[in-house]
Design a protein around this ligand. Structure first.
Ligand code: NAD
Length: 447
């Protein structure tokens, strides 16, 4: 047994992965990080909903052993740092964890308060909320550091419609896709150089010397690395998901017409994985038209590709033609938020960051500090992320109960303030506005 200082591993089964399959046992130990701000409101509600669903689905034979882990404000209080090494090691050890949102400093200020996200130029007392034990030096995003330290290379975002949620899109009810966004490369890899800097100047000169091509000398320079290794493992993960969940297609999204050797290569490598490693289970659009008159043969997953700008149109005009989408990092960032907007906004969008070994499930919204501790906000995002987590462990019966309960609660218009406001604006008069925990209870009552 690994020894931790602050982490108390509860009685239960340590999750294992064998040959890419997860073995959860009947009482898996799962890490839970409450996060900052409204993380404190939504995370316990999620745990309560999950416990009730698991209990109901398996008649008390199964249960989750939650293991509290600490980062953000709780990291500061337990370890004196917002990003403790022990927390990273505990996630690595437990393999599955779920987390609320974390404060990320975004301004120029030197310090940030982890209670209220206020930023200022000194430590000690927060100028906004007055708390003395939450202000720390500015730091890099906790979420990004989890991804990097644990090499969580796939950001997975399911997007689906819940009947009753006001949506700007006429075809919202046909939306049901899952995005696999590469998480470690592309313009996010951090090679971004200020104009006039040594590196930017050297790159401009190198390109001029080697190719004769001119870049304006007052340009900032960003580097966009996309590797065969990174592209193939992302596509492999998307294909495994499509096979495991019996889904009809995987669409490779790219801007390879302009960026031939980054996004274009992403497309090429993605097709190669499909053909070389999953050839018996996949078929390309071209093969379907050449050999099967446009009809996908039974049991095959259709592999297609779309240029990024066209997919932004098609998810609005023909959403039902898309199921799994595999994307490079930047396209994935844009498309995930656009796709969520199609079905009515960010509040209900779940997500996870995954490697072959580890799944870190998360609420996708921020810490909304002004609502902290009010038991007010919508816990839908983290609850749906928990559903992904249950499916990941093969506990889909419990996941289905939660989806079912949430569908009915939204259908009955028993919802938190955010959805209530939208529904009333659409002219609904039967809306019952409930608290964060009230929404959790409404789901449980309808499972
Ligand atoms: P935010 O998502 O916290 O809040 C924006 C607004 O959205 C809120 O004022 C609220 O009106 C609404 N909102 C957010 N979540 C909601 C929910 N569950 N239910 C109902 N309404 C909800 O974004 P922000 O204000 O830009 O960021 C606040 C802090 O959160 C910042 O420090 C930011 O860096 C951080 N953040 C963290 C994550 C993450 O950890 N995954 C993501 C985004 C932002």
């Amino acid at each position: 047994m690994v020894q931790f200082k602050e982490v108390k591993i509860p009685e239960g089964d340590l999750i294992q992965t064998k040959n890419g399959k997860i073995e959860a046992g009947d009482h898996p130990i799962i890490g839970v990080l409450r996060g900052d701000g409204i993380g404190l409101d939504i995370t316990p509600v999620m745990q309560h909903v999950v416990d009730e669903a698991v209990n109901k689905a398996y008649g008390g034979q199964r249960g989750i052993a939650w293991c509290p882990l600490y980062a953000g404000l709780e990291g500061l209080h337990h370890y004196g740092t917002e990003f403790p090494d022990e927390t990273v090691e505990a996630i690595r050890y437990l393999k599955v964890a779920i987390k609320g949102p974390f404060t990320t400093p975004i301004g120029e200020e030197t310090h940030v308060c982890l209670y209220c996200a206020h930023q200022q130029y000194h430590g000690g007392k927060c100028d906004k909320c007055g708390r003395e034990d939450g202000v720390t030096k500015r730091f890099r995003s906790i979420n990004v550091r989890f991804r990097q330290r644990l090499d969580l290379y796939a950001c997975v975002r399911p997007v689906r419609y819940f009947e009753g949620v006001p949506s700007p899109n006429k075809y919202a009810s046909k939306v049901n896709f899952i995005l696999f966004r590469e998480n470690t490369e592309d313009v996010y890899a951090g090679y971004d150089y200020e104009r006039g800097s040594e590196v930017a100047t050297a790159i401009i000169k190198l390109i001029k010397d080697m190719t004769g091509r001119e870049i304006r000398s007052d340009s900032g320079i960003g580097v966009k690395p996309i590797s065969e290794f990174g592209s193939k493992r992302l596509m492999r993960a998307a294909l495994k998901w499509a096979i495991q969940q019996n889904l009809p297609s995987v669409t490779i999204v790219h801007k390879g017409n302009i960026m031939k050797f980054t996004e274009g290569s992403f497309k090429k490598w993605a097709y190669e994985v499909a053909a070389e490693e999953f050839g018996d289970k996949t078929i390309t659009e071209k093969e379907v038209w050449d050999n099967f008159d446009g009809k996908v043969p039974e049991g095959k997953i259709l592999i297609k590709d779309r240029i990024a700008d066209s997919i932004f149109q098609q998810i609005q005009t023909r959403p039902d033609e898309y199921s799994v989408l595999a994307l490079p990092n930047l396209e994935g960032d844009f498309l995930s938020d656009a796709a969520i907007a199609l079905v009515g906004g960010l509040g209900l969008g779940p997500g996870s960051n995954m490697s072959d070994e580890i799944g870190l499930f998360e609420a996708t919204h921020g810490t909304a500090p002004k609502y902290t501790g009010m038991d007010k906000v919508n816990p839908g995002s983290i609850i749906l992320s928990a559903v992904m987590m249950l499916n990941h462990m093969g506990w889909s019966e419990a996941g289905d109960l939660i989806i079912n309960g949430m569908e009915k609660a939204i259908h009955d218009a028993v919802v938190t303030y955010d959805l209530a406001r939208l529904m009333r604006r659409e002219g609904r008069e039967d809306v019952t506005e409930v608290s964060c925990s009230g929404f959790g209870q409404a789901i449980i009552d309808r499972m």
